[in-house]
Every structure is written in structure tokens, then in C-alpha cells.
Design a protein around this ligand. Structure first.
Ligand code: UD2
Ligand code: MN
Length: 411
């Protein structure tokens, strides 16, 4: 007896096998899986060009720092060393630090395009420009619907006319500005509301995207549009700009689905909390979340937060209220099913009151969301303050970061 393989199985095996003889050269290598054509999205010409670059900071190498450049004044405005940023090329090369298997992976030939949304507040000139250059140089043009730079009421001069003049060379870059300081969540929402691409991809204003970063993200959304996909986030050192490894809050999401989820709660202030809020919604609306190791984006983690946070704003509230989405329950034979639904106003069983920040319990019936970790199920149960499975816990709270944040924000 022998086994018969269908063609797609064999092709799938061949392209996932690391021993497959590639012989690509022109990057136009195709394969089929389940009737869908996949291709190699690498831009080999640009990869070769980058390999030849030399100079300080090239290939993601640490910039050779001297004492005078290490002075606190270099950090004050941005929380990272702007002197170093100014002295390395805007189009500097980066090392390809992906897992070896990523280099041969193929993604659907037909991928949705994306609006790349970048909020910024008083970002440094060269760190912002390097973000844009890295995107333009390392992203297939056909996949970029537009790059939307959303200025959150910055007051630095270089972010005004000078920025508009510079960006005029990139036909896909649009600049929009908030009318008052909104904080990063509402700034992202403004960008999202103007976006025309099929997917929204959010980045910070001091990132460097790495080789072939976008196709793996879009591919996951093409396979299931109810998906939030995150790249691996690599640390760009705030002193010398060299880059080893880590993770966080840059992601891609289907545009229509983002709005079906209600976007972000616009009541979230300045910084923080939005990743929990959106995660809860994704989780409760039957979505998926992926960290995609073949997509890598460098990000400058600051030494401290350089910008001021208007007084009276709360930084870590999680609410679903303003998004007008409420958790709804349906009682049935198998228990209580939960889903998110448009909130019904006043008095109704389904309304979640405004006071329910972070405590996801049912106001009327005194039911709380509970879970069975073994079965990965959520259900409603009588509220019990002592129940471990009803608690919402913030894990890994980094007090050092918080304290630094509060210290610098208030000084
Ligand atoms: C991390 C996330 C960030 C966000 C934040 C929590 C990464 C790499 N970064 O922040 O995406 O999830 O945690 O909310 O995971 N900005 C404004 N207005 C403001 C403040 C900031 O537009 O009032 C911009 C800022 O220019 C930047 C982005 O928002 O592009 C994120 O701010 P950040 O870089 O200060 O925050 P970070 O990296 O500590
Ligand atoms: Mn950041």
C-alpha cells in the first residue's frame, strides 16, 4: 500500500521545509496552498543594497558614544539620545534577526492593503523621519494604502511646516492634526477614522521596521479577518541605538472589524490601558490574537517619559462605556453565553453602569463574569469577592516604570 499526497500537501511541505532548494534570486517564487497562490514577498534588490551600507549605527550596531554625547541634555526632549539619532543615517540598515525559517516563508499573493497610522506628540525630527524611511524602504508599495501621521498637538517647530515640506516627497504620507492635546488613544482613533486602507496598522513614532515585516501581519488577517496581529518588538537602545530583542503595543487589525469592536474607548486618557481594553473585546467577540515572530519592528524604549500629562487625567482606567459596547448575556441550556453588544440605555438588564471601570460584573443581577480555566470558558456566576476566577488582575505591573513616568511627567 502506498499513500497518495495531493499536490497542495506536497507544496506545503516543500515550502515549510528548511531544506527546500530555493534559488529565488528575483523574489518571484510562487506556491499554492488550498487553491490560494502564495509568493515570496522579499525585496531582494533592497536587501542587497542594505548589505553594502557602512557607517556609524549601520546594521543596527551601537553608536560609539563619547562622554559628552552621553550628557542628560541629549535625552531631555525625547527620553532617548537625540544626538545619536541625528548622527546615524535615516535609511540605516538593520540586521535580519528573524528566525532562519522566516527567510523562506511565503505569504498569500493577494493581501489586503493597509493604512499605517502613527500618532506623535513632540517626536524628535530624526526619530520620526527614520520611522517613515524604514517603512518606505522595507514595505511593498502595493500594500501601503497610505501612511497617516497624526500630530497630537505638538508644539515643536520642526513638526509644523518643515514636516509638511519634507513629507511632500512621499505621495502616500498624509498629515492630520488634533485640535487639542488628546493623548495617544484618541489620536490613534482620529487616524483610524480617516483611514481608507483595508487594514489598520498602528506604529509608534520612533520605530524602525525590519525586513519583510508587513506581509506576515496582513497574511494572518487575510486568513481570518477577526484577528489582531502583533509583530515582535525589538528594543532599540535609548543610549546608542543598537538593537537586540523584546515585546508590546504595535499591531495590525482589519479596519471594519476594528470599528465593529467599537474602536478604542475614547474615554481613555493620554497613555496606557488601551491594550487591555481592546484585548477584552477581541476575546469576547470571538476574535484571535497573534504574535507573529517573522514580523519584527524595532522600537525605542525611552529612558523616561519626556512629555507632560495634563493634570487630572487618569492613566489606567479601563472602561467600555464610551465605545457603547456592553457585555450581554444569554441564558440557555448549556449555561450563560456572553457576547458584546450595543449598550441599551438606562434601567435595562443589559446596561453597564459608568462606575464599572475595570470590575466586569453585571450591575443588575449581581452576576459576575467567571471563567473555567481548564475549559477556557467564560460564564456568569453570582459575584463572589473571594473567588479567584472572577478577579481581573493586572499582571506584571512595572512600578519602576510607573514611578519614573509619574516623576518625569510632573516635573
Ligand atoms: C507603549 C506602547 C504604545 C502604547 C503605550 C500604552 C509599544 C512599542 N509602545 O508605550 O504603543 O500601547 O504603551 O498606551 O508597545 N503619543 C501621543 N500623544 C500623547 C502621548 C503619546 O500621540 O499624549 C504618541 C507617541 O508619540 C508615540 C505613541 O503615542 O508615537 C506611544 O507613546 P510612547 O511612545 O510615549 O509610549 P510607549 O512606547 O512607552
Ligand atoms: Mn513608544
Amino acid at each position: 500500500m502506498h499513500k497518495t499526497y495531493d499536490v497542495t500537501t506536497v507544496v506545503e511541505w516543500m515550502i515549510t521545509s528548511t531544506t527546500f532548494p530555493l534559488g529565488l534570486g528575483d523574489g518571484q517564487f510562487y506556491a499554492w496552498t488550498n487553491g490560494l497562490r502564495r509568493k515570496d514577498w522579499h525585496d531582494y534588490e533592497s536587501i542587497q543594497k542594505e548589505a553594502l551600507r557602512s557607517g556609524k549605527g549601520e546594521h543596527g550596531k551601537p553608536y560609539p558614544l563619547t562622554e559628552e554625547h552621553h550628557d542628560d541634555s541629549a535625552y531631555r526632549e525625547n527620553g532617548f539620545n537625540i544626538f545619536v539619532s541625528n548622527n546615524i543615517a535615516l535609511e540605516r540598515s538593520l540586521p535580519d534577526i528573524r528566525h532562519a525559517n522566516c527567510k523562506h516563508k511565503m505569504y498569500l499573493e493577494r493581501l489586503p492593503n493597509t493604512s499605517i497610522i502613527i500618532p506623535f506628540h513632540n517626536e524628535g525630527w530624526t526619530s520620526l523621519l527614520r520611522t517613515i524611511h524604514s517603512i518606505i524602504n522595507r514595505t511593498p508599495e502595493s500594500l501601503i494604502a497610505e501612511i497617516i501621521l497624526v500630530d497630537d498637538f505638538s508644539d515643536r517647530e520642526h513638526l509644523k511646516d518643515k514636516l509638511e515640506e519634507y513629507m511632500a516627497r512621499f505621495s502616500k504620507v498624509r498629515i492630520v492634526r488634533t485640535k487639542k492635546r488628546e493623548g495617544l488613544i484618541r489620536t490613534r482613533l482620529l487616524g483610524a477614522s480617516m483611514a481608507r486602507g483595508e487594514v489598520l496598522t498602528f506604529l509608534d513614532s520612533h520605530c524602525e521596521v525590519n525586513v519583510n515585516w508587513l506581509p506576515p501581519l496582513l497574511n494572518q488577517i487575510a486568513l481570518n479577518h477577526k484577528t489582531i496581529v502583533c509583530p515582535m518588538i525589538d528594543v532599540i537602545d535609548h543610549n546608542h541605538f543598537g538593537s537586540p530583542v523584546m515585546a508590546g503595543g504595535l499591531f495590525a487589525v482589519d479596519r471594519k472589524w476594528f470599528w465593529e469592536l467599537g474602536g478604542y474607548d475614547p474615554g481613555l486618557e493620554i497613555w496606557g490601558g488601551e491594550q487591555y481594553e481592546i484585548s477584552f473585546k477581541v476575546w469576547m467577540c470571538g476574535g484571535e490574537m497573534f504574535d507573529v515572530p517573522c514580523s519584527r519592528v524595532g522600537h525605542i524604549y525611552r529612558k523616561y517619559v519626556p512629555y507632560k500629562v495634563p493634570s487630572g487625567t487618569s492613566l489606567a482606567r479601563i472602561r467600555n462605556v464610551a465605545a457603547n459596547l456592553c457585555v450581554d448575556s444569554k441564558h440557555g441550556a448549556t449555561g450563560t453565553e456572553l457576547r458584546l453588544d450595543i449598550c441599551v440605555k438606562d434601567g435595562s438588564e443589559r446596561t453597564w453602569s459608568h462606575e464599572q471601570d475595570r470590575t466586569l460584573f453585571h450591575p443588575v443581577s449581581n452576576s459576575c463574569m467567571d471563567c473555567n480555566p481548564a475549559e477556557k470558558k467564560i460564564f456568569m456566576a453570582r459575584c463572589d469577592p473571594l473567588s479567584e476566577t472572577q478577579q481581573w488582575v493586572f499582571e506584571h505591573i512595572n512600578m519602576t516604570v510607573l514611578e519614573k513616568f509619574n516623576h518625569h511627567a510632573s516635573s
